[in-house]
Design a protein around this ligand. Structure first.
Ligand SMILES: [Fe+2]
Length: 203
């Protein structure tokens, strides 16, 4: 029996006083951090516990309890992660002078002001989050717009075994029998290569 206390995610405390922010009230921060962010941590733990208990045999792409949990899993995980970064990078002065990231921003956008213009435009256009992110695949900064937290994988995660379940990946060979395709896919995984990639990112 797995010890579930080992997989529980913990609510991270604020690194600054709620009243320390300029223009953002203590009440806003207390509600945002103490209630909304905390809700994502609680729900992520709830989803992970529920997944451990649920019978997987009824999994279905149109509607199933397993699908509902999988939708909730990334929504809760990304909600937790994005809020933790959000709160972790607040509490400063807004001055990026002398930092390596500012140098990278200036290198890519031409000036810090141009970056601010694009970041602001993205935050205006997005329905959920505007996110400056570093992508190690191209070693560049990007400003992403996310309308929902579960638009894709978990931010910063390295995919190790991606299985394409679009119909183009299996319909010719297996018709509508996706389960047979998935079994075949798994039988073709090179786990030595997966293990080599895992060793590069695991810590
Ligand atoms: Fe939020």
């Amino acid at each position: 029996m797995q010890d579930k206390t080992l997989i529980m995610h913990q609510h991270q405390p604020l690194s600054f006083a709620p009243e320390a922010l300029s223009g953002i009230s203590a009440r806003t921060t207390e509600i945002h951090h103490g209630k909304l962010y905390a809700g994502y941590v609680t729900k992520r733990n709830e989803v992970e516990s529920a997944m451990a208990e649920l019978d997987k045999a009824s999994a279905n792409q149109i509607f199933s309890a397993w699908r509902g949990l999988k939708e909730g899993e990334t929504f809760a995980a990304n909600g937790m992660i994005l809020h933790e970064v959000f709160f972790a990078i607040l509490g400063g002065s807004g001055d990026a002078t002398g930092t390596a990231v500012a140098a990278k921003i200036t290198e890519q956008w031409g000036s810090f002001e141009s970056f601010v213009t694009e970041f602001t435009a993205t935050a205006m256009a997005a329905r959920g989050w505007a996110i400056l992110a570093y992508d190690p695949s191209d070693m560049k900064l990007h400003i992403f717009a996310a309308d929902a937290q579960n638009q894709g994988g978990v931010w910063g995660a390295t995919p190790l075994v991606p299985c394409d379940v679009y119909e183009h990946a299996y319909f010719i060979d297996f018709g509508s029998d996706r389960k047979a395709y998935i079994a075949a896919f798994l039988q073709n995984v090179n786990w030595q290569e997966v293990d080599r990639r895992f060793a590069l990112v695991a810590r």
